[in-house]
Design a protein around this ligand. Sequence first.
Ligand code: SF4
Ligand code: SF4
Length: 504
Amino acid sequence: MSDTTAQQAESKSLFAEHEKIHPLKVSGLYRKIKWFFLINMLAAYYIAPFLRWDRGPDAPGQMILFDIPHRRFYFGPIEIWPQEVYYFTGILMVASLLLFLTTAVAGRVWCGWWCPQTIWTDMFVTVERWIEGDRRKRIALDKAPMSLGKFTKRFIKHSAWMVIAWWTGGALVLYFADAFELVRGLTNDVAIFFTQILTLQLPSAPIHLGAWIWISIFAGVTYLMAGIAREQVCIYMCPWPRIQAALTDTEALNVTYRYDRGEPRNSVKKSVKLAAAGQAAGDCIDCNQCVWVCPTGTDIRLGMQLSCIDCGLCIDACDNIMSKVGRPKGLIAFDTDLNIERRLKGEKNSFRPVRPRTLTYLFAMFLSIGLIGWSLATRAITGINVLHDRNPLYVEEGDGSVRNGYTIRMLNMERKTRSFTLDVSGLQGAVISKVSEGVFVFEKSDKGSFIVEIGPDTTRELRVLVVLPAGRTISKSQPILFTAQDLETGEKLSRSDFFKGPGN
Ligand code: SF4
Ligand code: SF4
């Protein structure tokens, strides 16, 4: 950064009084990139809940579903149970590493192109521009006293924002229930409401009250964040810019004002005169277009700043100006301060996307993906867990036998009922004497073992008593093995625990 720009940057306080930002419309490559991501990500967001996935007759057929009442998350063929929440942690880890990688390569492009806050703010500003006009008209409207025209424009704008916010919240709830059914249910609620109003009846509470409440909450948050708070979310609320400083380095590309080429700034006429007189004249004509198009009001000429989301719109604005004044494009570009220093020393530009930092992120990311994939591919879809009674640890019966109590939880993640024999081994003479579930007591089969059925997609919690007959020597604690064997496939599930006794 040059000395003058450094001084200017220092003089701009993070806590300076907030000025309303009125971004100017701009066209160019980066604007197109932003439109591309905006359209595709919104389309994916609204379409995804309606995509189907056949999981069989007893399972939900929605491709992406957060089934809170049944505590399941469905993503295509993957079904995550509550005890497998670590998969979410893994996915978040991969997402974070991807974010670190993109930051190390090209700065905050996540913030500028993909972040939902950016996308929704962009959409809200576009609607505002359609209704109130571009930057100059919006500033004039802000300053103008309230009139019928101003009130009408403001009313239309806020109504349009509310509609978008409403659809945003409306789409989000569709990820938590069957989308088609919920849409039918909500439409029915609306029909009932209007029928009651038209027949002069007091409107009753909607059938899907919970969904309506959540839609209202999500809609309110969207309206507030994208319509009112806008860039302040990025500058003051989001922790990412603060973390980013630790993830970037001098080799990372960022939207950069090439002060080596731009300074000293002058009007076109003055710079022509200076050049004719053999004096230094930069390419920046101080037109402020780069500042006016910026959605966060950043003056990138002051150097890299926390408020810059690397969206690239100032590049478009400056390129358009450079084309108009007949100078080469790229006065603002994705570049590094290191390159500026290199150029000032007469050296060549250099960009190293492959370096230890990016390779580390890439390796960690693929390792995490591999581990998640391997864990998903090999995960057990049935399971057994054993919990020994804490109090009493054992019971000595009147006939001299010793009894231990256990809680056994058996899990069947398959979509069909499975039957298991339940046995115990590892301690000679020890047998299962009773298996119960609540008040229901299981009976022994003809072959002398207990058979337990686990319904599809179910967990069953059993109370199991193990008895060691009188006359057996028992130490204080001896290992014991519970085994459940599938009657149909012969698959065995085992879990070890301890049998406690009064011995030494
Ligand atoms: S748009 Fe380009 S020429 Fe205009 S002020 Fe910004 S950097 Fe200078
Ligand atoms: S300074 Fe440029 S890249 Fe940064 S947020 Fe503003 S317009 Fe986007």
